[in-house]
Design a protein around this ligand. Structure first.
Ligand code: SF4
Length: 334
């Protein structure tokens, strides 16, 4: 195996186009690099979807502001502190606080981060969209460790078509600001968007490499019935796996999660992802009563489970993949 090899756009594109046996060889190569770097260890991060209120109208998203058929909720700061402390007691060493994009709760989140950090050692990742530089600084000073902000696609035109409220340059600027402020920064893309090409996807992977992001999330496109993209077909799992493996080989030591959306696309999607380059699993730790209302796409799984059983289910998934769940913060290892 070539260590930390530099790949060209056309080499990445070729990986994305592989089928059947050749694709399996690619997954094996990505898996053996993952095991060389991390052993069989899989890091776990609990996601808490604390609000589905969103001021934006991204075309693919089930909680976009234009969807009037979604029951909106927001978990208040005192409840949120308790949920995070419960996650800590359940042995989570990292949690991800995720929400739609609005500014009204930003001060509450500063208080929640300060409280949690004064009580326990748990890594806090925020996934709350584009904010001002001052806001990112405030949360960093409060103790936030990481920030996830997906670029969704590096094809500017495609980005603009899908995000009526967003500016591509501002998204890039936000990512660079987060890096400059010392966050561990995660980004990622959606795969299977209308008019997206293999060349676009290969460019996305080069973008991750060139900017040395720490965490890379892949969202397979799955349509939501209450969005303008309701009639577009879901991407197939083999493209998701090809992309994951290519991402592992090109970006080398990044943290790459197997997500709930992969299990929605394919019953064994997470196990397959954990054998094709993923080294992180991100189960849903949102209290069960809110989960039905946080559907970015249709048929999302895990909406009926109790948070208290989340770690147990996750351990079983990881074991089915022949890996070992490790209870660590899972910072990026360079
Ligand atoms: S993708 Fe994010 S910003 Fe866009 S509508 Fe959905 S929650 Fe809001």
């Amino acid at each position: 195996m070539t260590v930390n090899k530099v790949y060209s756009l056309s080499e990445i594109k070729e990986m994305l186009l592989l089928e059947e046996e050749e694709a399996f060889a690619l997954y094996e190569e990505a898996n053996s690099l993952t095991e060389k770097l991390f052993g069989k260890s899989i890091f776990v991060r609990g996601i808490i979807e604390f609000s589905n209120v969103c001021a934006k109208n991204c075309l693919y998203c089930g909680i976009r502001r234009g969807n009037k058929n979604v029951k909106r909720y927001h978990i208040g700061k005192e409840d949120l502190k308790k949920i995070i402390m419960d996650a800590h007691n359940d042995n989570f060493k990292t949690i991800v606080l995720q929400s739609g994009e609005v500014d009204v709760y930003d001060n509450d989140i500063t208080e929640v981060i300060e409280y949690v950090k004064s009580k326990c050692d748990i890594a806090i990742t925020l996934s709350m969209g584009e904010k001002s530089r001052e806001q990112y600084i405030e949360w960093k000073n409060a103790g936030a460790d990481r920030y996830l902000l997906r670029i969704e696609t590096t094809n500017r035109k495609l980005f603009e078509n899908l995000h009526p409220d967003d500016d591509f340059d501002n998204r890039l600027k936000s990512l660079m600001t987060l890096k400059e402020l010392g966050y561990e920064v995660g980004t990622g893309v959606m795969i299977g968007l209308p008019k997206q090409t293999e060349e676009d996807l290969a460019s996305d992977i080069l973008f991750f490499k060139e900017n040395d992001f720490d965490m890379l999330g892949v969202g397979p496109f799955i349509p939501h019935n209450e969005t303008p993209l309701r009639n577009i077909k879901s991407v197939n799992m083999s493209m998701v796996l090809n992309f994951l493996s290519a991402m592992r080989l090109v970006t080398y030591d990044t943290n790459i999660p197997a997500t709930t959306s992969m299990a929605t696309l394919d019953k064994e999607g997470r196990e397959k992802a954990l054998n094709a380059g993923a080294n992180v699993i991100m189960p849903n730790y949102t209290p069960q009563k809110y989960r039905e209302s946080y559907k970015l796409y249709d048929n999302k799984i895990c909406t009926k489970e109790d948070a208290e059983h989340t770690m147990e289910f996750t351990k079983k998934t990881v074991e089915r993949a022949g890996k070992v769940l490790v209870l660590e913060r899972g910072d990026r290892r360079r």
